[in-house]
Design a protein around this ligand. Structure first.
Ligand code: SAH
Ligand code: SF4
Length: 424
């Protein structure tokens, strides 16, 4: 979502005459987009700001801003800790960037972490003619009302809000006109998206079916989903919407019912496994990915063993796993914590298992011919890189003009995180 938001910020500032640059030396403004989900991510921002200090000393007119969820959570505190910062803007206020940029240009520091009443997306312009990469993100939902005990999202991104159907369809069409062939629908709880059209209630599946009618749009994905919001229609869509890719990010966080309960996830491990079974019934080859937190307060050896056992049952194609990081203001932050060494130990065990499963899945592709959407040049001369339907990165020798097209690729071998192929 921060990638999407960064693009929107550049669009907004584009209307004030700003253009992108690749080097801080050229910049009149440096805007850091930030993440507050774990402590490490949040702390990184201060060392990053330190890196830009010499640029500000060299060019006193340079403006430095902090955007994103660290800006939202810490507000003015950022300027107290790092006085060279001129601008602090939370994710709900990006539409105000042009006027904020003007004010900092006149030497007035700006902090905006308000949650506005109006739809911020309404005011975020899109640079019209700019040609786009073949794949794009499109935010359809923001915020969250679920209040998992470990998570800052409901506090930094605010309450769950769905964008209206018509605006989403319009933005999708605009993206497609600019060369996009794959859209990844985004939301902190994307499958809680709901809308209304011609008096009828719509869920995410219906939105996907409508988007699938856009001829030049070849692939649709969505992320991130909460298990409790996977309704029947969305499961069915995985079986009957051809453009919907067979890949689903469905975080479970833990395999222990006790921990799931204290996390406030509101489902059991068995219910999650049942859901996985239902999805695989309609789409047997679907690649599942997940998120895990190890060392959540109260997690015993046997709770952790339940997580390992759940992974053995699901066999994720890919997964993200993290040590629990206490976040100020969340309910779990005040609970008694698992020993740090124990956390590291469990994380290493889990990651070994997850990467084994990822490797097994990648190797099962060798010898198969898969449709691959080519996206951009690879590291080697003459090489192109793209994505399989299962979201593998696939590289092969191919002409650069093929970017944005789906080719049939024979998979030759598997590296750690990608597949090597040749055009079939
Ligand atoms: N809405 C999604 C998750 C969004 S946050 C869901 O409900 O699954 C992305 C991931 O960050 C989470 O799935 C979780 O695994 C991780 N995460 C969030 N808060 C965390 C914390 N305090 N410590 C460690 N990992 C955390
Ligand atoms: Fe955070 Fe996801 Fe839970 Fe919402 S559902 S509180 S975003 S982990």
């Amino acid at each position: 979502m921060n990638v999407y938001d960064s693009e929107r910020m550049m669009d907004a500032l584009g209307t004030s005459g700003y253009v992108e640059t690749d080097t801080p030396d050229d910049a009149d403004m440096i805007l850091l987009n930030t993440c507050h989900i774990r402590e490490k991510a949040a702390e990184k921002i201060y060392s990053e700001l330190g890196r830009y200090k010499p640029f500000k000393l060299k060019k006193p007119d340079l403006k430095i801003g902090v955007a994103g969820c660290v800006a939202q959570a810490e507000g003015e505190e950022i300027i107290r800790r790092q006085p060279m910062v001129d601008l602090v803007v939370g994710p709900q206020a990006y539409h105000r960037l042009p006027e904020m940029a003007e004010a900092v240009g006149a030497g007035v520091k700006q902090v905006d972490t308000d949650f506005p009443e109006e739809d911020k997306f309404d005011h975020l312009p899109i640079r019209p003619k700019a040609k786009r990469a073949p794949t794009a993100f499109l935010t359809v939902q923001e915020g969250c009302d679920k209040f998992c005990a470990f998570c800052v999202v409901p506090y930094t991104r605010g309450a769950e809000v769905s964008r209206p159907v018509d605006k989403i369809i319009r933005e999708a069409n605009e993206l497609v006109e600019r060369g996009v062939v794959e859209i990844n629908l985004l939301g902190q709880n994307v499958n809680a998206w709901h809308g209304e059209k011609d008096g009828a209630e719509w869920g995410l599946a219906q939105l996907i079916r409508e988007l699938a009618k856009i001829d030049a749009l070849k692939r649709i994905r969505f992320t991130t989903s909460h298990p409790n919001d996977m309704d029947d229609d969305l499961i069915a869509a995985h079986g009957d919407v051809e453009k919907l890719m067979p890949y689903l990010h469905l975080p479970v966080q833990s395999g222990s019912d006790k921990i799931l309960k204290t996390m406030n996830r509101k489902h059991t491990a068995a219910q999650y496994l049942k859901l996985v079974e239902r999805i695989r019934d309609v789409r047997p080859d679907i690649a599942l990915s997940g998120d895990f937190i190890v060392g959540f307060p109260g997690e015993s050896e046997s709770d952790f063993a339940d997580t390992m056992a759940l992974c053995e049952k699901v066999r994720y194609a890919q997964a993200y796993s993290f040590k629990y990081s206490p976040r100020p203001g969340t309910p779990a932050a005040d609970r008694s914590h698992v020993d740090e060494r124990e956390k590291s130990n469990r994380l290493a065990q889990l990651q070994e298992l997850l990467s084994q499963h990822q490797m097994d899945f990648q190797q099962s592709m060798i010898g198969k011919t898969l449709p691959v959407l080519l996206e951009k040049p690879g590291r080697m001369a003459g090489q192109m890189i793209g994505k399989s339907a299962y979201l593998h990165a696939v590289h092969m020798m191919a002409a650069p003009e093929l970017a944005g097209t789906v080719v049939q690729a024979r998979i030759l071998w598997s590296d750690k995180n990608s597949l090597a192929a040749e055009i079939a």
